[in-house]
Design a protein around this ligand. Sequence first.
Ligand SMILES: [Zn+2]
Length: 404
Amino acid sequence: MRFTDESHQITLDSDFETGSAGPVRIVDGVYEIAPQPEPVSPWFTAALEEHFGGAGVPREYACHVRVTSSATTDQRIRLRFFFSETNGNRYMDPPYWILRDERWWPMGAGATRFVSEEHVELDIDVPARGAVHVANKPYVSGGDVASEMESLAQVGPFEIEQIGVTEKDRPLLSLSSTRADGSYADDTILIGATMQPAEPAARPVLAVAHALNDGSALSKRLLERYRFVLIPLPNPDGTAEGRSCTNGCGQVPMFSFGRLLAGEDDVPKETAALWRHAEALRPAAYIEFHTHYQVSRSHKLNPMGADWFDVERHADLERVNEALLSTNLDWRVTPIERTTPLCEAGKFTNLADRFGTLAYCYQIYCISEEATAWHAATVSMTLARALAGDEWAAETPSPVIVPG
Ligand SMILES: [Zn+2]
């Protein structure tokens, strides 16, 4: 999308990575922006119709435009982002975000007028001959994620692996930890971002690697005990195209694992690559972060119900559940059971069912990128420590202390 208002020398566009917008028009001096249409596969529409009466799993909840001015004076403009019926309740709640000096900032309440389920109006200061980005989440491009992964591999015990390619030939990358001697630990903890690009979780997932590289007793011991495999960008096409839940080909990779395992058609390459990777790792635990950058609701956890697991696994499940639940004072928690609609379509059920993986879906509700990243790291370290067990924790050696 590209739209120019000659009289104010203002251009709006979404022709860049993570850009997301439909047609623009000016009404009474306000730039009205429609959502980017996000078609989905017919089987998915039918499944939503059957299980949720057409609701559930929102789409078209990404918006991200660049506003460029060629005027010689500063201007204040008003944007109005329209919501669609598929946005879903509460997905569009403020704050909205502005990118200045290459950093995202949440916009203040004074510049935001939010009309639930209809639209939001945002007042933006556009500097003379300058540009600002405005979005509903702090989106990060695939290039920036890859750069951060390369930096982590240079400064910490991490390796980058290409685990496949997307439908549009972008690489799918993982970051894998090694022990001090360069080997892989036998047991794996897999940590992934949601395949919904409108819940950008790449930085929070990579925050786990930063936490593991902090030189603490816990990190050093966990790196010897587990191989941590991080997948910060599991749907890079969707991220690049500013999609909400699809990969840009109308496919919904997060709900295609069941189709892959049932040998059905219309399975995205992303889903197949991530499943083959998980199959090779057979992770002891998997946690997937969904990020909202809002505080309108409590954090949410979906653990697997106990009857997905053999009895020998139940003590591990209870210990990890208890440790995770101790991280927050208020929660929304719903276990994934065999009766949960569409549960066979996603990754959690299939990992638990086939490999005994303790799989968790975790929805983070805090505003800043930093708080969200801190929370993801805290939760992941808590999970790993609990999975390692009390005996392991008790074996912590005394610190080596020298004068200094
Ligand atoms: Zn989500």
